[in-house]
Design a binder for this molecule. Structure first.
Ligand code: HEM
Length: 458
């Protein structure tokens, strides 16, 4: 049996298994950045590993990442739907949603979702009011602790981000102590916290038999979420009134009536899988970003103080911070794709069905762009006239055809939640000797290691 062949540099690959152990190490590494840096040192900014028979090409550094995502984005924009794990999860969901869709399905549902988010308020007062209502609830959760330690910042934030998507899709929100909200968040976590498709079990699904318990939890999670979403869709079908489009589901039902759209893109399976994707992509990401923000605020109280001084100067304490205040205030995450045709990049042949992993974080830590990139220094993004600089290299929402469609919504949530909480609360370590870790726990998103903080009313 022969080893897989490639002209892209990388570690020796074994017949059948390729570099399966190394890929598993990469997936579970607490510091993926360091792992990728070491591989880059050995093999260069474009290196490869084989996961079974599939070649994964890792792309590092601003020049190549921007090239792959943007300049040649259309060549590399397709998701690798040839991977068995992706095929299985599409089958389990009964559709490809947006995240794992390609071609017309992807284009149609992505365009529809962007339009729906615009129509239901992204960038408008109606959505702003929804986020402000969530902030009042977060503030109540923080106040309940009465200055005692809080260990679950992310749990508090996720209730807010989940509610925002929930109300966009289903037309209503939950109180933060509502059991149905807690169950929904837990079910999503059960479904999405397991191994992703770029793992040994994603390539050799037979291995799922070794992980019977986590597979069972996932299957049960899918069944729970399917019942939940279908119940809402059926209720919407029964009470549908074309003169009164209430939310994302109504808008989809209206669009589904169009013969050509219905048969191809906007069909019932598409609705269910798109809803799953919006929850999966829009809930944990936003909450995790906020979780990190507050960790940084308690480690760097001087930065927190500067933010608070600016909020006091521009807004004061008498009213909440609004989206329209963004201009006045200066304060203020990658994925994998596959190519479907044989191509060429940077002198290397990229065969059909190669998985491409451009690293966004390698752009954010690129020493040729940023001075001391691992130092926490929000000032690096501003020039002396307080104008944002190097914007083209700050790409947490990615770039190109697959750029995050929720960027505008996420930016509104992050800005409003962060600045309103800083206006009202002083965040600090519970004990000044608390040693905080900034290493993070790697999963679909990288979350902070557990930490505790205090929130005192200012
Ligand atoms: C801080 C919050 C967020 C961050 C950092 C973030 C980041 C990203 C990134 C890096 C991608 C991958 C782009 C690629 O594949 O190259 C992505 C895709 C996506 N995001 Fe977000 N996102 C956030 C919030 C949201 C929200 C709130 C929503 C929805 C309401 C959302 C919906 C999506 C969807 C549907 C995709 C898949 C797009 C596609 O495949 O065409 N995201 N996001």
């Amino acid at each position: 049996m022969t080893s897989p062949k490639s002209d892209i540099p990388g570690p020796k690959a074994w017949p059948i298994f390729g570099n399966i152990l190394l890929v598993s190490q990469f997936n579970s590494a607490t510091n993926r950045v360091k792992f990728a840096e070491e591989m880059t040192k050995k093999y260069g900014p474009i290196f490869r590993m084989f996961l079974g028979p599939y070649q994964i090409v890792f792309v590092q550094g601003h020049k190549h990442v921007l090239d792959v995502l943007q300049k040649r984005g259309r060549e590399f924009m397709n998701r690798p739907d040839f991977i068995p794990g992706i095929k299985l999860s599409r089958k389990a969901i009964g559709g490809s949603g947006i995240v794992f869709a390609n071609g017309d399905d992807w284009k149609g549902r992505r365009r529809f979702s962007l339009q729906a988010m615009r129509d239901f308020g992204v960038g408008k007062t109606s959505l702003e009011e929804k986020i402000l209502e969530e902030i009042q609830n977060i503030a109540e959760d923080l106040e309940k602790a009465k200055g005692a330690e809080i260990t679950d910042v992310k749990t508090i934030m996720i209730k807010a981000s989940c509610n925002v998507i929930h109300s966009l899709i289903f037309g209503y929100r939950y109180k933060h102590d509502n059991e149905s909200l807690h169950k929904l968040i837990k079910t999503m976590d059960d479904i999405f916290s397991g191994p992703g498709p770029l793992t040994a079990s994603g390539i050799f699904p037979i291995l799922n038999f070794l992980m019977k318990d986590s597979v069972r939890v996932r299957v049960e999670g899918f069944s729970t979420i399917r019942k939940y979403i279908e119940k809402h869709i059926n209720e919407h079908r029964e009470s549908f009134d074309p003169e009164n489009i209430r939310d994302f589901i109504d808008m989809y039902l209206e669009a589904e009536k169009d013969e050509s759209e219905r048969t191809s893109v906007l069909n019932p399976a598409g609705l269910f899988s798109t809803i799953i994707d919006l929850f999966a992509a829009g809930t944990d990401t936003t909450a995790t970003t906020l979780d990190w923000s507050f960790l940084f605020m308690i480690q760097y109280p001087d930065v927190q103080k500067r933010c608070q001084e600016e909020i006091t100067k521009v807004i004061g304490a008498g009213r909440m911070v609004r989206l329209s205040d963004r201009r006045g205030l200066t304060i203020h995450r990658g994925n994998f794709n596959g190519n479907t045709k044989t191509g060429q990049y940077s002198g290397f042949k990229i065969p059909k069905n190669t998985i491409i992993v451009p690293s966004l974080v390698s752009v954010h830590l690129d020493k040729t762009i940023w001075t001391d990139p691992t130092e926490f220094n929000p000032g690096r993004f501003l020039n002396q006239s307080n104008e944002i600089i190097n914007k083209e290299y700050l790409i947490p929402f990615s770039l190109g055809p697959r750029i995050c469609p929720g960027e505008s919504l996420a930016r509104s949530e992050l800005f409003l939640i962060f600045s309103n909480l800083l206006q009202r609360f002083e965040f600090s370590k519970v004990d000044s000797s608390d040693m905080l870790s900034f290493e993070g726990i790697t999963g679909i998103t990288t979350t902070p290691s557990p930490y505790r903080l205090k929130a005192d009313l200012r």
